[in-house]
Design a binder for this molecule. Structure first.
Ligand code: E4P
Length: 224
């Protein structure tokens, strides 16, 4: 499972990159716009925080294939090897994906809501396809089921493409996706906190502290 952080908030990226086993950061135009700052300054700072090894997914703002490719080349030049260009599923996007695949630039085809969209994006050469789990659940769909079908189809057709499930609002959605073999998830800091939390864990930790202190007071192992 790859854990990716879905934000352009630098403080959140710094924090999560330090404490969680993060594989990278995803952004989209809405996420970037939220920060109300200079685009290049922001994405270069994100790259700086996560380092060269981790993935950075940045979405194109172009709508015509040749222009998407131009923007993708610039993003890769400025942000380095592990940069993936996010492209929403559409005809121009598929054309651009095929062109970028030939150039060795990784593409994440995004705004996926059906397994059929994901399959054709993978066939065009996407490295990742990003289904929106919570938005599917919100519209009486089943986000996990869609993720599960995509995982299955990529396997059946032996396509070199991973599912990067997105748009999560609950820890249960994340868990259900991992249970069906989803390769990666992109989540917020809040979701990461929910994933590692449980009231009984808090009770267990409080018990360890109480029992230890009842015998050793404030001594730690380092004090013996
Ligand atoms: C994925 O590419 C999107 O950035 C994101 O996960 C969508 O999440 P939302 O539905 O909370 O906007």
């Amino acid at each position: 499972m790859l854990y990716i952080l879905d934000t352009a908030d630098l403080n959140s990226i710094k924090h999560c990159n330090e404490f969680y086993p993060l594989d990278g950061v995803t952004t989209n135009p809405s996420i970037i716009a939220k920060e109300k700052t200079d685009f290049w300054k922001l994405v270069k700072e994100i790259r700086n925080i996560i380092g060269e090894e981790k993935m950075l997914h940045v979405q194109t703002t172009q709508t015509v294939a040749e222009k998407i490719v131009e923007e993708a080349k610039l993003l890769k030049k400025e942000l380095g090897e592990n940069t993936f260009v996010k492209i929403p599923i559409c005809e121009e996007g598929l054309k651009a994906t095929t062109m970028l695949k030939k150039m060795g630039i990784g593409v994440t085809v995004t705004a996926i809501f059906t397994p059929a969209q994901a399959l054709i994006a993978a066939k065009a050469g996407a490295s990742f396809v990003a289904p929106y789990v919570n938005r599917l659940d919100n519209f009486l769909g089943d986000g996990t089921e869609v993720v599960s079908e995509i995982v299955g189809q990529l396997e059946i057709y032996n396509l070199d493409c991973k599912v990067l499930a997105a748009s999560f609002k609950t820890a249960e959605q994340v868990h259900k996706c991992s249970s069906v073999g989803c390769h990666s998830v992109t989540v917020t800091e809040e979701l990461l906190e929910m994933v590692i939390s449980h009231p009984m864990t808090d009770v267990a930790i409080a018990g360890f502290e109480r029992d230890w202190k009842s015998v050793y007071q404030d001594k730690t192992i380092l004090d013996f």
